[in-house]
Write a protein that binds this ligand. Structure first.
Ligand code: COA
Length: 407
């Protein structure tokens, strides 16, 4: 039984800020953001958007693109670390906005940037457990990354949502059943209750990410079948590798670590200059999956799946029949390395709306960005040219109110 992602749909919010403008305002060399972090722009939410509208719009786009009867969805999982209520899950709002069946399991998952993968694996296991019963799950990863103004994390903010239809008819990615996981209790990134911006020990979080990659990839590699030929590495078996990308340079650091582990474990593989060879491998295997995320910034648990959607959209036809490696990391921490096979039929589903979403944004200046960052979440009217399907109208009687405005 092949289980995986039938198709994906993305949504990015209506506003964006160019990081060269932020660099100028902060007195930082623009090369630090562009080359040092690999970032060009960050996505921002206008007052009428929040994590519910991001998730619901991605979900509505997916249901529309797949011509799906919402009654066929038996499980809705929303992965997010940007909840809007202590008790009522984001998934509950999304379930109502999308008009899903009452015969549907509905809940949120939170584990920093890992939750999207936890949701995907949970949904895939549920589909497999159904045997010959037809089961379809809607998995949505959605987040808004916020750090304090002027902090080191500020240029790595962003926002976005990715919806995935998980079932036994995967046309985008067939998931491998063997995965490698690694969990460790660390305080690298967290957001105490009541705070809107995250706290992070940035350099420590990079070290924790790389340690988790080492643990998860080593566990995954040990399960790899068929056994490796002399001199053969895992990187020889994949068309591309996708890493959780809080900023694209993180993926370069990750790939350098993976290559070192992988190639050293390949008896007989001769590499004279590891840094040069790893850089060439990065350009071939990793860089093509990072172009779009450099224009969105960190969308936390949606980041890895945004990279997947963008890669399939840009190169889907070429990837039919090829294998991808994926690494998910969530601070705190939990990580998972897994792989997937891109089906030959991928071209039919490869348009996830990445290019279209990026093309419809409005660029704001630093003053407008700072006003947005300081403003309380009140909801509001959609700005001109708004492409989202839903808006956050505001809070009435201590209840958040939403309205459908598009699709
Ligand atoms: N031109 C080119 N590159 C430059 C530069 C310039 N003028 N100035 C600095 N850089 C490079 C640095 O060398 C560094 O690259 P390296 O890591 O390859 O050495 C990079 O830009 C970042 O500089 P650094 O001084 O390390 O940045 P920082 O301490 O201000 O913050 C983060 C970087 C990532 C720690 C910070 O943005 C952060 O905390 N982000 C949120 C947490 C996060 O995303 N963690 C990731 C794991 S989950």
């Amino acid at each position: 039984m092949s289980v995986g992602i039938e198709r994906l749909a993305v949504y990015v919010p209506a506003y964006a800020l160019k990081l060269e403008d932020l660099a100028a305002a902060r007195g930082v060399a623009p090369e630090k953001y562009r080359d040092g972090l690999g970032l060009g722009e960050m996505a921002l939410v206008p007052p009428c958007e929040d994590v519910v509208t991001l998730a619901a719009t991605a979900g509505a786009r997916l249901i529309g693109a797949a011509h799906l009867d919402p009654a066929q969805i038996g499980m809705l999982l929303v992965a997010t670390e940007t909840p809007v209520d202590h008790a009522k899950p984001v998934a509950s709002f999304v379930h109502g906005l999308l008009g899903l069946s009452s015969h549907c399991r509905v809940w949120d998952l939170t584990h920093a940037c890992y939750a999207g993968t936890a949701a995907l694996m949970t949904a895939a296991d549920w589909v497999r457990a159904g045997g010959h019963r037809v089961r379809r799950a809607l998995v949505i990863a959605a987040d808004i990354a916020r750090y304090p103004l002027g902090s080191p994390g500020e240029p790595t903010q962003g926002a976005g949502a990715v919806a995935m239809l998980v079932d036994a008819e995967p046309q985008a990615l067939i998931l491998s059943e063997d995965t490698g996981v690694h969990a460790r209790h660390v305080h690298d990134f967290w957001r105490p209750l009541g705070r809107r911006e995250a706290l992070v020990d940035g350099q420590y979080s990079i070290a924790c990410y790389l340690d988790a990659l080492t643990g998860a990839f080593t566990a995954f590699r040990a399960l790899e079948r068929p056994p490796f030929e002399p001199g053969e590495a895992f990187t020889d078996r994949v068309a591309h590798l996708l890493y959780h990308s809080p900023f694209p340079k993180m993926a370069a650091k990750a790939h350098r670590r993976l290559v070192e582990i992988d190639w050293r474990a390949a008896p007989g593989r001769v590499v004279e200059d590891l840094d040069t060879a790893a850089a060439a491998s990065f350009r071939e295997l990793v860089a093509p999956g990072l172009e779009a995320i450099a224009r969105v910034g960190n969308c936390y648990t949606a980041s890895l799946y945004f990279c997947l959607a963008a890669l399939l959209e840009a190169q889907g036809r070429r990837l039919g029949g090829r294998r991808l490696g994926l690494f998910s990391y969530g601070s705190g921490s939990c990580a998972e390395f897994f792989s997937g096979l891109v089906p030959a039929s991928v071209a039919a589903v490869s348009d996830a709306g990445v290019a279209a979403s990026l093309a419809r944004r409005t660029y704001v200046d630093v003053a407008a960005y700072e006003r947005l960052a300081r403003a309380p979440e009140t909801g509001g009217d959609p700005p001109p040219g708004f492409a989202g399907a839903f808006i956050f109208e505001g809070v009435r009687g201590e209840q958040r109110r939403y309205a459908r405005v598009g699709i």
